[in-house]
Ligand binder design. Structure first.
Ligand code: ATP
Length: 973
């Protein structure tokens, strides 16, 4: 079996520098050179032919030589003379009977090498034999494709063919090939001249008689021939530019063949083109040089097109990958440079070193099990590929593990006095909270260590829950970390994601510890009452694990996967409504409620804290402004009635912003005055004897804007002249002019200017200019409540408030008794109204058995304000009183407010929010309050200033309220 190593002999080095055909006219690449030879001797070419061709025979005869087929047996004069001299050496032209070697893939062109594999032992032996006999020639003929088979199939069947069958399968025209070497079954051939099979001589191996073919004669000066040949050359040259492989061919070919002639150009082009075997065979068979050139031109043009496409494909792909490759290469180079300079060892080592460096100082404090995990992960890191995703996961994990403050605690403050000072510095009042913190410190001092606790601060917005948390941290000398859990529904926020997830992060607590860098911070968990309901897992349970002192010594974060000790963390939670906190959580908390502030407390907070802080924040000096008590009071009463002080803070900020603008504007007007003062010429003119009037007159002339009146300007300048004699400062500036002096003078100027600016006064009369019209109108609608209207006390998340219960008849008639309710009442409140109706009817029956009011009257009970939803049972007693007032046509006592749930048996049950309700009652100028007896303790605990001026009655039966309300006053205490 024959097997060609390559597509054609093209793998073998051929080719040459092809010189320009007309060098003077066309100084082109030296790669392709002249197809001349029309004026050169054939012998000259022979010298250049293949090295093994010892006889110098030339398969490509020079142009102009005889082009007719050489008949078998016919011998040229040259051959005769040669054989006469060296009769033992067979010349190519003497080979008229040759072994036919089938070529499966491509024909062999004269001047080209072709290695083939001869698998048929008999054929191989015959070739070896022939080589030994000094006749190293064979006929190489292209195998025709059998119908329906192609390529490898043709090769497969080749050795089954013998004799005639094989002959029929061979193309008639082939090449006389010299056997240059035989190694094993590899036979290397070099093509000499064209042959045509005439008849079969023997069957196995197939031996045939051949005619030697020569090109038809052609005119070497024919223009068309020249032009075609040039075109082939120029196309070849173009292709050579893009393909280095072709260049090699050309070089080697000319080394062996010598200069190009027209037929050689055609052969060369066809041989190195990638054309299929039939097209090549066509070129081989063509003896007309012009036609052969044209055929070749077609092939090389096609080759050109292919090479263009190849180039564009290569370019596109190169562009695509070159960006990434470039980055990769640059990165690698950078790494190498850094490594060389000792700036960085390789990634993994540097990372490990970084982690170890972090660990070393705290190694003793890290729990053993954590150390073990860290070591394992460090080993894993070394084994992983730096570009793998697993590497990144491990690196991040180690980053977190090593960054946590294992066993690192801030030195706690156990000094109660110092702590009290800090707490008082930041907040007014809040005695309960402060006391609790001081107790905590005291216990810590006695025990020697403090322990984690959960404190829950509850109260309306803006009462300072969050800010006292920060202040507690400061008092205890702990690091402060705050996170809000309002609306939090993902357990992963608290407990972290498992490491297997992409973008996994530890939970908030681990983030907190990394952030603060100590294991005993104060963590403020804001809005715990607004904790979301989780869709995957229950955040409340996760919070429980986090907060519970029993469990959190071994808190397990999903990401970290090693237990961490949170028992030293002090948790402070804040909530607006304690009832909304999940019960198991609430159970573990120590709730401290901050009810809100009364006017008096707000005054203190505003004066001593908010105003001070705001003034500093606005860059205003105390002497530049005065906000009177009456202004603050008006602000609190008419603008900021809510329980907290956040709104009050906003209003104060508003005032100070306006003041700042006013001061800056004034300063801008005063400045030109000061400038005017420092004109040396003018100073000289004044020379110490300037009268006040003169200065005033001058300023008047310069500050023409109407917004500063004459008197103001005058007085400002007067102050200027009195405080700093005009002939001193300006003269020093004018004369010395050193930078120090200038700075000094500038400073003096500034302070003078500040002094000149008039102090801004804010009092109740001009408060409107700063904060606009009052937003609140008195909660109190009635001076004296009319029949059917009674004031109740309510509690909301915003603090306490007063509310009215109004009842009016709709229609009367036998058996028409009914009750309509309005005012956005909730279910509980509606039920409360039904109970009140029943109880009121029973009481009326007792007091006035003849009165059929409730039986015959359709009533309407309304609770303003209608837009606010209301609920709760604590308005029960107020509703009964309102119904009775209407039924008896008797108004209730003036300035009376009440609260309390009533049962059907007229018992009064306790209510919540005593402090808020008391504060609200005082705000509405209520004089007498009725509370359930069960709330007496709550009331007694209130600060004296909150209780001041109130007449409070504690009742446990409605009869007592009846007496209080309708004038039959008794001592209910
Ligand atoms: N007793 C006080 N003394 C001084 N400043 C106070 C006092 N109470 C509240 N403040 C100030 O009021 C502002 C609002 O307080 P903070 O934000 O702590 O309210 P909060 O109760 O946490 O509100 P929310 O429930 O809306 O979170 C803060 O600037 C705080 O300093």
């Amino acid at each position: 079996m024959l097997k060609a190593i390559t597509r054609c002999s093209s793998r073998l080095p051929l080719g040459a520098h092809l010189r320009s055909y007309v060098p003077a006219r066309e100084p082109v690449s030296p790669l392709l050179r002249v197809p001349r030879g029309h004026n050169r001797s054939p012998y000259l070419f022979r010298r250049f032919f293949c090295s093994d061709s010892t006889d110098g025979s030339d398969p490509v005869d020079p142009a102009g030589s005889e082009m007719k087929p050489v008949e078998a047996g016919e011998e040229t004069a040259e051959s005769k003379s040669s054989s006469a001299i060296v009769p033992t050496v067979v010349k190519p032209e003497d080979c008229l009977t040759v072994i036919a070697l089938p070529l499966p893939h491509r024909p062999l062109f004269p001047g080209f090498y072709m290695p083939i594999y001869v698998k048929d032992p008999k054929l191989l032996a015959a070739l070896v034999e022939s080589r030994k006999r000094q006749a190293p020639y064979t006929g190489a003929f292209l195998l025709k494709d059998e119908e329906g088979t192609e390529g490898s199939d043709a090769e497969k069947n080749i050795y089954d063919l013998k004799g005639k069958d094989l002959l029929n399968r061979l193309h008639e025209v082939g090449t006389l090939a010299q056997i240059t070497s035989i190694q094993g079954d590899q036979v290397v051939l070099i093509g000499h001249r064209r042959l045509r099979i005439t008849e079969m001589v023997s069957e196995d191996p197939l031996t045939v008689k051949v005619d030697h073919l020569k090109e038809k004669p052609y005119d070497k000066d024919d223009d068309i021939l020249k032009a075609t040949s040039f075109e082939v050359i120029s196309t070849l040259r173009d292709v050579l530019k893009t393909s280095p492989l072709w260049r090699d061919h050309a070089q080697t070919y000319t080394q062996h063949i010598g200069d190009f002639t027209y037929p050689r150009v055609a052969d060369f082009g066809a041989a190195i083109s990638g054309a299929n075997k039939l097209q090549c065979q066509q070129v081989l068979e063509e003896l007309d040089v012009h036609k052969r050139l044209k055929l070749t031109l077609e092939l090389v043009k096609k080759e050109m097109e292919i090479s263009k496409i190849q180039e564009s494909i290569a370019k596109a792909i190169e562009e695509k990958i070159s960006g990434e490759q470039r980055r990769y290469l640059l990165n690698e180079q950078l790494k190498a440079i850094k490594k060389e300079l000792g700036l960085e060892t390789d990634d993994k080592t540097a990372l490990s070193a970084k982690f170890r460096e972090r660990l070393d100082p705290k190694k003793e404090k890290i729990p053993q099990h954590v150390l073990q995990v860290i070591e394992e992960e460090l080993t894993k890191l070394q084994l992983l590929e730096a570009s793998s995703s697993e590497f990144n996961v491990t690196r991040n994990y180690l980053d977190w593990l090593t960054a946590l403050p294992w066993g690192e605690y801030s030195d706690e403050n156990f000094d109660v006095i110092q702590a009290q000072k800090i707490l008082d510095e930041d907040h007014y009042g809040l005695t309960d909270v402060k006391e609790r913190i001081l107790e905590f410190i005291a216990v810590g001092k006695l025990r020697g260590t403090s322990q984690g606790k959960i404190v829950c601060l509850s109260g309306p917005p803006g009462v300072g829950k969050t800010s006292i948390g920060r202040s507690i941290a400061r008092a205890l000398n702990r690091k402060f970390y705050r996170f809000s859990v309002g609306g939090l529904s993902d357990v992963a926020e608290i407990k972290g994601h498992r490491r297997t997830y992409i973008g996994a992060m530890p939970g908030k607590m681990v983030q907190c510890l990394k952030g603060v860098g100590t294991a005993n911070p104060l963590v403020l968990i804001d809005e715990i009452d607004k904790l979301g309901r989780g869709h995957a897992g229950d955040p409340a349970s996760a919070m429980l694990e986090l907060l519970d002192p029993e469990q959190n010594a071994n808190f397990l974060d999903h990401y970290l996967d090693v237990p961490i000790d949170l028992s030293k963390v002090l948790f402070v939670c804040t909530a607006n409504v304690v009832e909304m906190i999940p019960n198991p959580l609430l159970d573990r908390m120590e709730v401290i409620s901050i009810a809100g502030y009364i006017t008096d407390e707000k005054m203190h907070i505003a004066r001593d804290y908010l105003e001070k802080a705001t003034r500093e924040a606005c860059g205003i000096k105390p002497e530049q402004v005065e906000v009177t008590d009456s202004a603050l009071l008006a602000l609190i009463e008419n603008y900021c009635r809510e329980a907290g002080v956040r709104n009050l803070q906003k209003q104060i900020e508003k005032i100070y912003r306006k003041i700042a603008l006013q001061l800056v504007r004034q300063g801008a007007y005063i400045e030109p005055v000061v400038e005017a003062q420092v004109q040396p010429d003018e100073v000289k003119a004044q020379s110490g004897s300037v009268s006040n009037e003169t200065a005033v007159e001058r300023v008047e002339a310069e500050t023409v804007d109407g917004s500063i009146d004459r008197e103001e300007s005058g007085s400002a300048v007067e102050a200027e002249i009195v405080d700093s004699p005009a002939d001193q400062i300006p003269t020093s500036i004018g004369q010395s002019g050193t930078p120090e002096d200038t700075v000094e003078a500038e400073k003096t100027k500034e302070s003078q200017a500040a002094k000149n600016v008039e102090k801004v006064l804010v009092d109740s009369s001009n408060l409107v200019d700063f904060v606009g019209k009052p937003v609140f109108h008195a909660e109190r609608i009635y001076d004296q409540t009319p029949v059917g209207v009674v004031m109740g006390l309510a509690w909301t998340a915003m603090g306490g408030s007063t509310l009215y219960i109004e009842t009016t008849p709709i229609e009367q008639g036998e058996g028409k008794g009914a009750l309509n309710l309005t005012g956005q009442l909730g279910d509980v409140m509606k039920e409360s109204a039904q109970i009140a109706h029943t109880v009121a009817r029973a009481i009326l029956l007792e007091k006035d058995p003849e009165n059929p009011f409730f039986a015959n009257t359709k009533l309407h009970l309304h609770v303003p304000a209608g837009a606010t939803p209301k609920d709760g049972p604590s308005a029960g007693c107020t509703m009964i009183t309102s119904l009775l007032s209407l039924a008896m046509n008797k108004p209730v006592k003036k300035d009376l407010a009440m609260t309390g749930e009533v049962t059907l048996t007229r018992k009064i049950l306790p209510i919540g929010g005593v402090k808020e309700k008391t504060i609200a009652a005082r705000r509405s100028d209520v004089k007498t309050i009725v509370f359930p007896s069960a709330n007496r303790r709550d009331f007694d605990e209130l600060a004296p200033n909150v209780k001041e001026g109130l007449e409070v009655h504690f009742v446990d039966d409605y009869a007592q309220i009846y007496n209080l309300a309708f004038g039959e006053n008794q001592n209910t205490e």
